[in-house]
Design a protein around this ligand. Sequence first.
Ligand code: CTP
Ligand code: CA
Length: 221
Amino acid sequence: IVTSFQPNLLVGKSVLITAGPTFEPIDPVRGITNLSSGKMGYAIARAAREAGADVTLVSGPTALDAPYGVHRIGVQTAEQMHDVVMSRIAAQHVFIAVAAVADWRVKNASAQKIKKDADGKSPTLEFEENADILAAVAALDKPPYCVGFAAESENLIEFGEAKRKKKNIPLLVGNIGPQTFGRDDNELMLFDEKGHLPLPHADKQTLARQLIAEIAQRLPD
Ligand code: CTP
Ligand code: CA
């Protein structure tokens, strides 16, 4: 574990980060989202910038300010996040997928606000799967160094290793602990081809700096 933060670790590198939740519309005034606050992704963007990288942050709706010196692009849906990422990925050295991307979008979203039915009948939502952004980036001809996140509720080590392999990425970060969403602290477990490495409980900015140092160490020259 690299405990002290070294600046300039990522000078000359471009880093693209996704963060926050996505929002999938049901109609013009309603939608489906999740409890991601964006705090971990924003802390990583800040740490990457501190390390000298050129940082782009593709963010779903959050209450956070863009970190100083970071180029933020706001999106709502998983599809928009996918399109923005894919249009900018070619120039990147590192891709860090921190966003809690909706796995499904509403297939029968309504262009008009859905009105209550006179007979009291409830609307039925149909879903279709969203593209997996991280998998799409990892499958590119010349992918950047890809880092994924996972929040597993059980069997973290087994599921973490399996998810890293399934996504075909060199580094996967597991959120440990009960409920990380919205909190200022966290506890992480890194999975790479050599095994797993814990980053013990700390505030998210400290963990973000440690993660950036771990990523910098693993980049090809
Ligand atoms: N991810 C992504 N695009 C998606 C879904 C997930 O880029 N459509 C990324 C997340 O940002 C995260 C990683 O994939 O870095 C793992 O997300 P997770 O939800 O844990 O995995 P899934 O593959 O969606 O599997 P499941 O939710 O069924 O566990
Ligand atoms: Ca998922």
